[in-house]
Design a protein around this ligand. Structure first.
Ligand code: UD1
Length: 339
């Protein structure tokens, strides 16, 4: 299959590229490196021992996008490119709508111009908001509490509308729970710029000595140990789900959402303990107030992905921590580390 990947140089993008290339597909990547580095793609090339086409392009440039899509003529698109920081989205909502929503409109129009009707979209469990029930199924009501989440939800709605308007259009909407970990080689991983927003990269930077301690945002939630509970999923498991979703698009039409998680809740304190064990390092922490917009508990019912995509997460919490640590320990400055 010919697969065009937007945002392929990012954290989930690089891991997915390895799986897609490993499955024998031909790949064209589009990225503007707004939150990623050319070095990440260089490492994907070495690790996969495969070549792929790359264009430095921005989804806001519809003409450029259309040109690349027409030239590559993809069978399917995997769409990762987008801004993803919740706090920043509250400060700069228009940037989020322009990059994420307008960027996706441009991509969908370019796909139409190139005759491509299959898309795998990178959505998020954020579209469930504060859940009404657990585990969360795909039929749970959708809502969003910030511009980032709303941008994901708007895109999902556009994909559902397109599928209604065009009987040949296919969208696999993948709702990620909390992606963590790194490739087993330790050569690619999550490389946040500035202070990490998310828990696992923060713990990793504390363990490696780049930061003094983890702030635990709230220890008075209605959870077993009082700290927030999430459904962490290894990024390689997540990447494999994209290959399964690509296959699914070839024999289905319509827009369908799939939860990608393990279906198990892990608390902040359990994560800190598991990481300390996997790394053999201390992970100092301090209790801090709740972070605005956070919820107590969130975990998936991933049974639809298993039944319909034939996919199930395989890597446990220890594997998530071990691979994250391997990446962090051997690349303390991320892709800026001299090797
Ligand atoms: C966050 C986003 C979510 C996005 C996802 C992408 C928010 C509110 N939500 O999810 O929309 O789709 O990232 O991966 O930003 N925690 C700490 N200390 C830290 C960081 C986090 O205690 O320094 C806690 C949080 O309170 C939470 C848990 O760790 O209980 C996980 O947080 P995080 O990794 O940021 O993910 P989410 O908030 O679930």
């Amino acid at each position: 299959m010919r697969v065009l990947i937007t945002g392929g140089a990012g954290y989930i993008g690089t891991h997915t590229m390895l799986e897609v290339l490993g499955a024998g597909h031909e790949v064209c990547v589009i990225d503007n490196f707004s939150n990623s580095a050319p070095e990440a793609l260089a490492r994907v090339k070495t690790l996969s021992n495969r070549s792929f086409t790359f264009h430095k392009a921005d989804l806001r440039d519809r003409e450029g996008l259309t040109m690349h899509l027409k030239a590559f003529n993809p069978d399917a698109v995997i769409h990762f490119a987008g801004l993803k920081a919740v706090g920043e989205s509250v400060e700069k909502p228009l940037e989020y709508y322009e990059n994420n929503v307008q960027g996706t409109i441009n991509l969908l129009q370019a796909m139409k111009a190139a005759g491509c009707q299959n898309i795998v979209f990178s959505s998020s469990a954020t579209v469930y908001g504060d859940p009404d029930f657990l585990p969360i199924t795909e039929d749970h009501p959708l809502r969003s509490t910030n511009p980032y989440g709303r941008s994901k939800l708007h895109i999902e709605e556009m994909l559902r509308d397109l599928a209604i308007s065009d009987p040949d259009f296919t969208a696999a909407i993948l709702r990620y729970f909390n992606p963590v970990g790194a490739h087993e080689s330790g050569r690619i991983g999550e490389d946040p710029s500035g202070i990490p927003n998310n828990l696992m990269p923060m713990i990793a930077q504390v363990a490696v000595g780049r930061r003094a301690h983890v702030k635990v945002f709230g220890n008075d939630y209605d959870t077993p140990d009082g700290t927030g509970v999430r459904d962490y999923i290894h990024v390689v498991d997540l990447a494999k789900a994209h290959v399964a979703a690509l296959d699914w698009t070839q024999s289905h039409t319509g827009a369908r959402a799939f939860n990608l998680g393990l279906g198990q809740g892990v608390s902040v304190m359990e994560m800190i303990d598991a990481f300390a064990k996997a790394s053999g390092r201390e992970v100092p922490y301090v209790n801090a107030p709740r972070r605005e917009g956070d919820i107590a508990t969130c975990y998936a019912d991933p049974s639809r992905a298993q039944a319909e995509l034939g996919w199930k997460a395989q890597i446990d919490l220890a594997g998530m921590c071990e691979t994250c640590w391997l990446w962090q320990d051997t690349n303390p400055l991320g892709y800026k580390t001299k090797t």
